[in-house]
Design a protein. Structure first.
Length: 202
């Protein structure tokens, strides 16, 4: 297998940047970028730490990220599996990358920046939902923000309901856990999941 050995060789294969590819990158939110981010209920959060890389899905009712100002974003950390992979990485290495998806839109948004994990009571209370508040808030300082061309989402035909996976055609989480550990009771896990999730969504 032939591989690329250096950036110069890579540049020979991928040449010819368009003007839009260059000017789209900004160090702060424009009014248009802000509208896009505030319309997104889902973001993938990428972090890096001593053990390696992590990419975690984050979603919320309404906007997943709250815009504090043109260079600051806030991501409430709601209930999950308590692995805290992303948060553990952030407290040791602040670099983060975010990829926003907006249902029905082929354009995605990207942010690269630095983050902290904040636990100030007043901040947590700002994001209360159903009488509960997040245990922490990831506060992101933007280094660069830009829109991503729509080709990937168009190629994937991501929002075409006719191509959604049919119910039952994919393994359940219980099936996958049982595939890792044969003695795991996947059926009970799947049966109880909906009720468990309803009680621990926030």
């Amino acid at each position: 297998m032939r591989k690329i050995e250096n950036v110069e060789e890579l540049g020979q294969i991928y040449s010819g940047l368009s003007e839009a590819s260059v000017i789209k990158v900004t160090q702060r939110l424009t009014a248009e970028y802000r509208r896009m981010i505030e319309a997104s209920p889902f973001v993938a959060l990428a972090t890096v730490g001593p053990e390696g890389l992590d990419c975690s899905p984050r979603g919320d009712a309404g906007q997943v990220i709250h815009v504090e100002d043109d260079t600051t974003l806030m991501l409430p950390d709601w209930r999950g599996n308590n692995r805290v992979d992303s948060l553990s990485n952030i407290v040791r290495d602040p670099r983060v990358g975010l990829l926003f998806l907006i249902p029905g839109s082929n354009t995605t948004m990207r942010v690269n920046g630095r983050a902290i994990v904040a636990i100030e009571d007043g901040l947590l209370e700002r994001f209360a939902m159903d009488g509960k508040h997040p245990r922490s808030v990831v506060v992101i300082t933007i280094d660069e923000v830009y829109s991503q061309c729509a080709r990937a989402v168009i190629r994937a035909d991501l929002w075409n309901a006719e191509k959604f996976a049919a119910p039952g055609c994919l393994p359940s989480v219980g099936d996958m856990l049982k595939g890792v550990k044969r003695e795991f009771d996947g059926e009970t896990y799947d049966r109880e999941w909906a009720g468990r999730a309803a009680k621990t969504m926030w």
